[in-house]
Design a protein around this ligand. Structure first.
Ligand SMILES: [Zn+2]
Length: 245
């Protein structure tokens, strides 16, 4: 384990990381991108005695390297720390990529493949997939996730995702986005698989009076009239609309 001259480990405890994510609005303080690295600003890690969120921030790899190579000054970072980009614009953002084929949407074990509109709720296309319009363009996904209060948490428009900066926690680790509504209350776990499918393994979402709950391999939908239905397995392949509620 790497430690500095004060014996401080490079490993930052999970709750300190969360504090830093929250104070930065879950993205790079300079540009708002959601793929981030944790950075000791002042003092730098080599001179730090502790992992203090007040002196630490989030930077995307590109902004980070501009600071490391001194193309940008430390003052640039400190200014951004006072006015984080995500808090100003209200979201952190990044892009999904579906280069090879139409991605399947796997919702708590329910697999929807080759559907233009994988899920439709109350006549609203909750998710939509568009084929590439020109050579080299990926498949394009648009869609919406709302939390258990019906507030928009993650919005996807033509592969660009935006996570609301007023959420309790958004954690992006490699291809996996985890959103928590509060301590130990997971709202969404979304992973882009190695096959470039979209896997929703956890979901707690209210939309238009419908309650969607996904955990592992089941999807439970509770309807506005109180009735409910549990779905699993492959329900749709090659349809215009996959499932409609
Ligand atoms: Zn950045």
């Amino acid at each position: 384990m790497e430690v500095n001259k004060f014996g401080l480990s490079r490993v930052i405890p999970a709750e300190i990381k969360r504090d830093i994510r929250q104070q930065c609005g879950f993205g790079c303080v300079i540009c708002g991108l959601g793929i981030i690295q944790y950075e000791h600003v002042d003092p730098e890690f080599k001179d730090a005695k502790k992992h203090d969120p007040a002196n630490m921030t989030l930077l995307c790899p590109q902004c980070h390297s501009k600071v490391t190579t001194k193309m940008w000054s430390k003052s640039r970072v400190k200014l951004a720390m006072r006015m984080p980009k995500c808090l100003q614009q209200g979201y952190s953002n990044e892009f999904f990529d579906f280069p090879e084929r139409n991605p399947s949407l796997i919702f708590g074990g329910v697999k929807l493949s080759n559907c233009k509109i994988p899920i439709q709720v109350a006549n609203y296309a909750l998710f939509q997939l568009k084929k590439p319009e020109y050579l080299g363009q990926p498949f394009l996904l648009s869609g919406l996730f709302t939390d258990s209060n019906g507030e928009v948490s993650l919005e996807i428009k033509d592969n660009e995702w935006k996570a609301n900066s007023s959420l309790w926690d958004v954690e992006v680790k490699g291809p996996c986005i985890t959103i928590r509504e509060r301590h130990r209350k997971i709202h969404l776990v979304l992973t882009i698989t190695e096959q470039c499918d979209i896997l929703v393994s956890r979901l707690d979402m209210v939309f238009a009076g419908f309650y969607f709950e996904a955990n592992g391999d089941y999807l439970k939908v509770t309807f506005p009239d109180g009735g409910s239905s549990e779905l699993s397995g492959c329900v749709a392949d090659n349809c215009n609309v996959g499932i409609s509620f």
